[in-house]
Design a protein around this ligand. Sequence first.
Ligand code: G6P
Length: 620
Amino acid sequence: MCGIVGYIGTKDAVKIILTGLKRLEYRGYDSAGVALLNDTSNGHLTDNLTILKRAGKVSELEKLILNQKSAIAEATQGIGHTRWATHGVPNDVNAHPHTDPENHIALVHNGIIENYGVIKQKLLTQGFTFRSETDTEVLTVFIRSMYDRVKDLTEAVRLALSEVEGTFGIAVVSTLEPDKIIAARRGSPLLVGVGDGEYFVASDASAVIQYTRQVIYLDDDEMAILSRDGYATKTIGDETTNPAIQEIHFDLASIEKGGFDHFMLKEIYEQPNTFHDAFRGRLLASEGNVRLGGLTPVLDKLRRANRIIFTACGTSWHSALVGEYIIEQLAGIPVEVEYASEFRYRNPVITPDDVVIAISQSGETADTLAAIKEARMKGATVIGLVNVVGSSIARETDAGIYLHAGPEIGVASTKAFTSQLAAILLIALHLGRTRRLSPREGMDIAQAIERIPEQIQYILDHAESVKKIAEQYTDARNFLYLGRGYNFPVALEGALKLKEISYIHAEGYPAAEMKHGPIALIDENMPVVCIATQDEIYDKIISNIQEVRARNGNVIAIASEGDKRIAEFAEHVIYIPNTLPILTPVLAVIPLQLLAYYVAVQRGCNVDMPRNLAKSVTVE
Ligand code: G6P
């Protein structure tokens, strides 16, 4: 949600910042902008702060920059931003960077300044004027007012931030003190890239990996002051900090499309590997058990938990729902699943004997982060299932399992979902073995998990058949997704994928619940995706399919290989390999991801950057 990148060094800042913004564009693409300072290495004050910004994608900004190239050719320092609008519509004026009225200070911001109204009033009475409707401009002007008092940029930023309520990741440059970038965060991710005579600031590592692998993840209420000669860090409370430099572990190829038309398709196709990476070294197939090093500090607590509460948002919430079914089945521990946004505001009953498991691809979702804080405050042990290493949720939890899915860039989550399921399966298997599963049962599950990567590959090898089905439904206005048991959450996830990227209205429903409402919608124009894999409730879902057929709905069935009967009831059948019922969600979701992808591509939608969405939602 909003991407920030900044550079100070000796190279072409425009190129570095634009490249970084393109890599961060998945975080928001309502508008983009840069603030650039020409080479100021002689240390003199300069008034050559160039601000270029545009509504729309980074490519629009790029066009603007190409027209202005001569004015900024020398820039070796600057900050850039790609925006997901919160305050103010996405137009040129509201785009970041924002400046003070005299254009001496430029600032980019990710987050929300909650008390901006009060601060703005104060600044208006002091005679300051404003050009935009944004909270960010208020913060910029506020810093300027502080500068007028203290005549020191770092101190001005620090003093302003100590009065601010809300969340921020910011980067600031100024003609008043050139040769400096100031960065700070509270609740919105920000890291410093450490190079040789050059330094970067970015919302995530993908924007800097091309130039350096050495990064510092800033903590909440921490700020960094970057110059060409080095960097310093301190807290907003004015205490010096000494954060560790960490190494980025993914490579450039993992954030490029690698020959695929879209990141989303690439990520769908990565799933045989990413699923495998989630259990590699953790699954002890011969013992029918698992080794979860990251959970060591909380393992006893987890084994003795009275109750497990999952909390998450979006796709991660769907994997939590699968988790409820699997853990209750394998381990017999009561499980609840909560939307993080609801959990944090409804004073939930939590005891120290509860274990809360937060699931998040990005590790930055504001609601999930707040839910964790609430749970910890009430004494619960909190575990994180997170993909992004070093992210806020990874750091706020007592222990966790990294998903190792690599960077997920497509806004609609795919590989993170199946990796989350892998992590949940490992936890469930472990808890099951400590409670009710025999070694033999454990081994059967472990062996079935080991077969999943090749089974995903098999489905991907038959993607063409899904594409053909998609072509027939490009003009559909609605879709219904039905599933039961472990596959009910998969129906929700399939519907979410379709709405996110194709803008077709889609609903996921427990198949049997359909007759209590959605059945009224079914006619010959309604495609109904039914997940009907062979398990103990197969006959029940066949009955539900017949109810759809009786009303002329078009059934697209996801069925187990070898199921000859299903073709009698369905317009189309997509077969998936046989596995244990608890593992079917991992396989059943793959054709649904492909279906959504191909429908969206056929409709000409931008699947990697669907309208109004952002990959990482760092505001409430
Ligand atoms: C956004 C994304 C979704 C994602 C959700 C939760 O809405 O568009 O794809 O599932 O946030 O994100 P998280 O990073 O916490 O899993």
